[in-house]
Design a protein around this ligand. Structure first.
Ligand code: F6P
Length: 404
């Protein structure tokens, strides 16, 4: 491989926390090695159109210092464009010409599974590139920058919603991003001590959710000296019913990668619970016993859904993601210099940079449901009949695998 003198940075897919740290990690490590870095703006759309740009932005020390790593989003911009889907038979030549025009020898590309599939594609076409894992969905084989920031935001929003839930004695359903994996709903929900967490990996039995809601919510209001209580559900956008039917709004359409946009699971959960609340005589009695019943006006507790949407992946980057972004960005430069094109940085631990073939790393990883019974034994509901947690002990010999 020809010596690398200039690296282009691309961020692609959904933005999230930690990406600016990746950009800074790449450019500062490259600078330390006497290599230049430039921004290829707006993801793969920018890569395809690079040939038309008059100039690219150089990430010199001064420009890099203007980027705030603790802010989410990406200074390099994003798009959801899959190169192989572009209707232009000469697209790869066009990309190569664009890279040549600006003397860009190699790429560091940060993104999730779709982005990674393009890394495999480009690498196979002879464009040297290394992948830095990024997705708030946490559905890659390794940790990905953005996950921790999103989990923290979900936990904070959900906890905050308890104050309004408590004031109105409402059931609050919080629908969160995460596509077909429940990692962020699970971790954010536990972080906020939500009562119920519904994830794609566990088909939802709404009768189970309703029973848990009734016992928990009614107990809370009854025990409260001021008759206040709430019940909080965190629901992932990709949940299914028993039988595998997905619960989302068909009208949301598809994104530029061709994936269904998932929306509407919160509404669906609300409707299922409302149906049950309305026809339950025990609820009417509960409303009367607790002094809330107002005939014709307020006969059952209200259920509200809240959809924070992009708020879970914007704003602040967690310190963890800044750490992870910096070190994996820097590691990507070392990997490029070692000719590890088509690979993803997994982690930096001590002096070692762990990496995996991008084609393997992007295989979808769901929540390991064997862990769920542990949380069930602690009182959390997951929309299924609770299962007993069987402890299996194993002593670790040698170094413990770790991220920090
Ligand atoms: O993949 C990240 C993610 O935030 C998903 O959790 C969500 O379904 C999707 O992106 C939303 O994408 P967009 O920002 O394109 O609407």
């Amino acid at each position: 491989m020809a010596p690398i003198k200039r690296i282009g940075i691309i961020t692609s897919g959904g933005d999230c926390g930690g990406l600016n740290a990746v950009i800074k990690g790449v450019s500062r490590e490259a600078y330390a090695m006497g290599i230049e870095t430039v921004v290829i703006p707006n993801g793969y759309a920018g890569l395809y159109n690079l040939i038309n740009l008059d100039k690219v932005v150089f990430l010199n020390a001064e420009r890099v210092s203007k980027i705030e790593a603790s802010l989410a989003g990406s200074e390099a911009g994003h798009s959801r464009v899959k190169i192989s889907k572009i209707k232009d038979p000469n697209k790869y030549e066009r990309i190569k010409d664009g890279l040549k025009k600006f003397n860009i020898d190699a790429l560091v590309i940060s993104g999730g599974d779709d982005t990674g599939s393009v890394v495999v594609d480009l690498s196979g076409k002879g464009i040297p590139c290394v992948h830095v894992p990024k997705t708030m969905d946490l559905d890659l084989q390794s940790y990905s920058v953005g996950g921790d920031s999103a989990i923290n935001r979900i936990a904070i929003f959900t906890r905050d919603l308890k104050t309004t839930g408590l004031s109105h004695n409402r059931v609050v359903v919080v629908e969160v991003f995460g596509r077909y994996s429940g990692h962020t709903a699970l971790r954010g929900g536990i972080g906020a001590e939500a009562d119920c967490i519904l994830i794609p990996e566990i088909p939802v039995d709404f009768d189970v959710v309703y029973d848990h809601l009734k016992t928990t919510y009614m107990g809370r209001v009854k025990r409260s000296d001021v008759k206040a209580g709430t019940y909080i559900i965190v629901v992932a956008e990709g949940i299914t019913k028993a039988g595998g039917e997905m619960l989302y709004d068909e009208s949301a359409g598809v994104d530029a990668f061709g994936h269904k946009k998932l929306a509407g699971s919160g509404k669906f959960v609300r409707q299922e619970l409302e149906k049950r609340l309305k026809k339950d005589p025990e609820i009417t009695q509960f409303m009367k016993d607790t002094g809330m019943y107002a005939p014709g006006v307020y006969e059952v507790p209200e259920v509200r859904e809240v959809v924070p949407g992009h708020l879970v992946r914007c704003g602040d980057s967690s310190a963890y993601d800044v750490n992870f972004g910096y070190k994996t960005g820097a590691a990507a430069v070392c990997m490029l210099l070692e000719g590890k094109t088509g690979n993803t940085v997994v982690n930096v631990d001590g002096q070692k940079i762990y990496y995996q073939a991008t084609s393997e790393l992007i295989k979808r990883r769901g929540v390991d449901v064997r862990e769920i019974s542990l949380y069930e034994s602690l009182g959390f509901c997951f929309g299924r009949k609770t299962e007993k947690f069987n402890c299996i002990l194993e002593e670790v010999k040698g170094p413990v695998s770790r991220h920090l």
